[in-house]
Design a binder for this molecule. Structure first.
Ligand code: NAD
Ligand code: TYD
Length: 345
C-alpha cells in the first residue's frame, strides 16, 4: 500500500490526517480529492503543498468518471473517505447535499474500490449513527439509530460499506469517531465557534440547557486511530474511536472562557436544536486492543486548541467573514434576539 486517496482531505480531520501520514510513512504518495465546499480550505494543507509526495485534485466524489480517472492515473491502492457534509445544524436546513455526498458519494467510491480491486477502503464514520445513548457506552454491534439528517446519511453510508464488503468482497474498514476538536476546525462547530466568538467578546449560543453530553476527541488522536485501523484493522470490521472525555457542553464552554479569561456572562442559552441528541458515548476497547491510545488529556488539548486559534486569527477571520456570516445570521439571528428561550434547568 503506497498510493493513498484521501477524499475530503482539505477539511478539518482530513487535512490533519494528511500531515499525520506524511510524518509517519516516508514512502506514501497521497492524492487529496476534494470539492472545496464551504468547509474545504486549501489553506489547511498549505504546509504540505510543495511536498513532492502530495497531489491535489479539485472535484466531487459523486463524479464517477473523475474518481475512475484518479484511481487509474495515480494507481490508488487505498482510499480513506473523509468527504462529507458534516454539520448537523446545516443538515436540518438543507439535507439534500448530505444525501448526495455522504450516501451517493460513498457508493461511487465503493464502486471504484470494487472495480480497481484496491487493498483497503476505510470509511470515516461517526458515533452519531448510534443515536442518542441514555446510559452506558455502545459497542460496535449496537443497532444504528440515527436521529438527524446528517447521522442518517452517515448511517446509510456505513450500511453501503458493509454491503460492499459482504456482497463484493471489498476490503472495507469503518471507524466511528466521537466529537473531534483541534486546529483547522471550521468555526461553525461548538468549540471553535465559542473560542472565536469569545475572542471578539461576542455571545456564545448554547442550545437549550447546555447539559447535552459529547465525548471529545483530540484530532491528532482521531488521526492516529484511523492510521491504526488502516494498517492493523481486520477487514470488514467496525471500530469505535471515542475520546473518553464526556463533558456537558456548558462545561466545555466554561473551560474555554476560563482559558481566555473571559466572563461566563458571554454565554446565551438559546432555542434548542430540533431532535438534539442528549448524549453520545462509545466503548472503544476493540480499537484499544489493537494498540491505539489517546495521547492527550482533554484539558491540555483544549488549551492547545485555544492557543492555535489565538495564533491563527487570519485563518478563521477569513472564514467567518465569508459565506459563514449569512449562515450565522440564519442560524443564530432569531435565537440570539430571543435569548433565554433555551430550557435552563
Ligand atoms: P469538514 O466538514 O471539515 O470537511 C469535509 C471535507 O469534505 C471538506 O474539505 C469538503 O470540501 C469535502 N467535501 C464535501 N463534499 C464533497 C464532495 N462531494 N466531494 C469531495 N469532497 C467533498 O469535516 P470533518 O469534521 O473533517 O469530518 C471529516 C469526516 O469525519 C466526515 O466524514 C465526518 O462525518 C467524520 N467525523 C467527523 C467528526 C467531527 O467531530 N468533526 C467526528 C466523527 C466523524
Ligand atoms: P457540534 O459541534 O455542532 O457537533 P455535533 O452536533 O455533531 O455533536 O455541536 C456539539 C454540541 O454543542 C451539540 O450538543 C450541539 C451544541 N451546540 C450548541 O449548544 N451551540 C452551538 O452554537 C453549536 C454549533 C453546537
Amino acid at each position: 500500500m503506497k498510493h493513498l486517496l484521501v477524499t475530503g482531505g482539505a477539511g478539518f480531520i482530513g487535512s490533519n490526517f494528511v500531515r499525520c501520514i506524511f510524518g509517519k510513512y516516508p514512502q506514501y504518495q497521497v492524492v487529496v480529492l476534494d470539492k472545496l465546499t464551504y468547509a474545504g480550505n486549501l489553506e489547511n494543507l498549505k504546509d504540505v503543498a510543495t511536498n513532492p509526495r502530495y497531489t491535489f485534485v479539485h472535484g466531487d466524489i459523486c463524479d464517477a468518471a473523475l474518481v475512475d480517472k484518479v484511481m487509474q492515473e495515480y494507481g490508488i491502492d487505498a482510499i480513506v473517505n473523509f468527504a462529507a457534509e458534516t454539520h448537523v445544524d446545516r443538515s436540518l436546513l438543507e439535507p439534500a447535499s448530505f444525501l448526495m455526498t455522504d450516501v451517493y458519494g460513498t457508493y461511487v467510491l465503493l464502486e471504484a474500490a470494487r472495480r480497481f480491486e484496491i487493498e483497503r477502503f476505510l470509511q470515516v464514520s461517526t458515533d452519531e449513527v448510534y443515536g442518542h445513548i441514555e446510559q452506558g457506552s455502545v459497542k460496535e454491534d449496537a443497532p444504528l439509530s440515527p436521529r438527524s439528517p446528517y447521522s442518517a446519511s452517515k448511517a446509510g453510508a456505513d450500511m453501503m460499506v458493509q454491503a460492499y464488503y459482504i456482497s463484493h468482497d471489498v476490503p472495507t474498514f469503518i471507524t466511528r469517531g466521537s466529537n473531534t476538536f483541534g486546529p483547522y476546525h471550521h468555526p461553525e462547530k461548538l468549540i471553535p465557534l465559542c473560542i472565536t466568538n469569545a475572542l471578539d467578546d461576542l455571545p456564545l449560543p448554547i442550545y437549550g440547557d447546555g447539559r447535552q453530553v459529547r465525548d471529545w476527541l483530540y484530532v491528532e488522536d482521531h488521526c492516529f486511530g484511523i492510521d491504526v485501523v488502516l494498517h492493523q484493522g481486520k477487514v470488514g470490521e467496525v471500530y469505535n474511536l471515542g475520546g473518553g472525555n464526556e463533558r456537558y457542553n456548558l462545561e466545555v464552554v466554561q473551560a474555554i472562557l476560563k482559558l481566555l479569561s473571559k466572563p461566563d456572562a458571554l454565554i446565551r442559552h438559546v432555542a434548542d436544536r430540533p431532535g438534539h441528541d442528549r448524549r453520545y458515548s462509545l466503548d472503544s476497547t476493540k480499537l484499544i486492543s489493537l494498540g491505539w491510545q489517546r495521547t492527550q488529556s482533554f484539558e491540555k488539548a483544549l488549551a492547545q486548541t485555544v492557543q492555535w486559534y489565538r495564533n491563527n486569527e487570519a485563518w478563521w477571520r477569513k472564514i467567518k467573514g465569508g459565506e459563514f456570516s449569512q449562515y450565522y445570521q440564519k442560524q443564530y439571528g432569531q435565537r440570539l434576539a430571543n435569548p433565554g428561550s433555551g430550557q435552563i434547568q
